[in-house]
Design a protein around this ligand. Structure first.
Ligand SMILES: O=C(O)CCC(=O)C(=O)O
Ligand SMILES: [Fe+2]
Length: 338
């Protein structure tokens, strides 16, 4: 794992008003060079409360261990009419190249923003601590997402708050947004129900895709299997680094930056090591997108080389203006298999 994409955040810890301008500027240069040159970054010494992250892992595991009948009580409604809720293995398929739902072996719960008004059907009734765990996880993640967005804006030569001011829900949860908190579980391969060994050709834990929002903070356990594609097109293992957070960018960042920062293609393979396939894998993510009513378009002119040319076949196909919520809803509807 090259040092070049592991970024130490210790110089920018604490409330953003107290961070030295020069420290934020230095971090911004390092981060921007890494995202535009390599395509993703590991953030270490990020100062987030790991106990809160662990609590979300633990309560999530309790949920995924429940019988299927309990889990499907909070299943997402058909046709993506609401984006909140549980997706069973195969309910959402991301690999547009090989859209075979049976082959995507992840299950997850999505909790969209503005949960205060929507909490009743979307939290597992068996687990009263689930909602608090989500809230704490989100509040920790916001601290880092805020600084990442400020740093990227500075890198692009924009005012520091140019991106965060489009994400006011990060501080005010009454504002509607397609921002997602997601908790994922990949069962041990041996334990998967309903999938015959002979059908397992081409099976993957999560198909190739780019995320749909602005950025994604991805927390993974130590099992591994996640791959990311570098800007130069090479697929490499995003090997877990303990207590680090992987930062990848989504479609909306690619559009905001006029293609200077590309959305990061990624996938989750079944580990080659058979011992590891017997272990469950868990990951958590916080993927902030703009407030729902925001229009998304490049925040600075598109460089000539990117005009009419999407950066990645998995990312946004144009830099056209769009409404933030409609875009994310469209992407969810395409991925839903029922
Ligand atoms: O589990 C992971 O590490 C990645 C999951 C993912 O890419 C997604 O749900 O969008
Ligand atoms: Fe993803």
């Amino acid at each position: 794992m090259g040092e070049s994409y592991v970024l130490d955040c210790s110089s920018i810890l604490g409330p953003v008003e107290k961070v030295q301008k020069q420290d934020l500027a230095n971090f911004s240069k390092q981060l921007g060079d890494t995202l535009s040159g390599v395509g993703f970054a590991y953030l270490t010494n990020h100062g987030l409360d790991l106990k809160k992250i662990d609590k979300f892992y633990d309560v999530s595991k309790e949920f995924f261990d429940l019988p299927k009948e309990s889990k499907i009580k909070i299943r997402k409604p058909p046709g993506a009419s609401s984006l909140h809720g549980y997706a069973a293995p195969g309910d959402e398929t991301l690999n547009e190249q090989a859209p075979d739902a049976a082959n995507e072996l992840r299950e997850f719960i999505d909790i969209l923003g503005h949960i205060d008004t929507n909490d009743v059907p979307y939290f597992p009734p068996e687990l009263p601590s689930f909602k608090d765990a989500v809230d704490e996880f989100r509040l920790e993640s916001v601290k880092l997402a805020d600084k990442v967005m400020r740093s990227i804006a500075l890198y692009l030569g924009l005012p520091e708050d140019e991106i965060v001011k489009r994400h006011t829900h990060m501080k005010d949860t009454s504002v509607e947004t397609p921002t997602v908190v997601r908790t994922l579980m990949y069962s041990p391969i041996a334990k998967l129900p309903d999938v015959k060994i002979s059908d397992r050709v081409g099976e993957i834990r999560c198909g190739i895709h780019c995320d749909w929002l602005t950025i994604t903070l991805l927390y993974q356990d130590l099992v591994g299997g996640l791959d990311v594609q570098t800007v130069s097109g090479e697929w490499i293992a995003a090997t877990p680094i303990e207590n680090s957070i992987l930062l990848i960018c989504g479609d909306i960042m690619e559009i905001y930056s006029g293609g200077r920062i590309r959305a990061t293609p990624h996938r989750v393979r079944i580990p080659d090591d058979t011992q590891l396939t017997k272990k469950p894998r868990q990951s958590l993510l916080y993927a902030p997108g703009p407030d729902s009513n925001q229009t998304v378009e490049p925040l600075l002119p598109i460089p000539e080389i990117y005009i009419g040319k999407p950066r990645s076949i998995y990312g946004p196909q144009s830099y056209d203006k769009m409404n933030a919520y409609e875009w994310v809803h469209r992407r969810f509807s395409t991925a839903a298999t029922y």
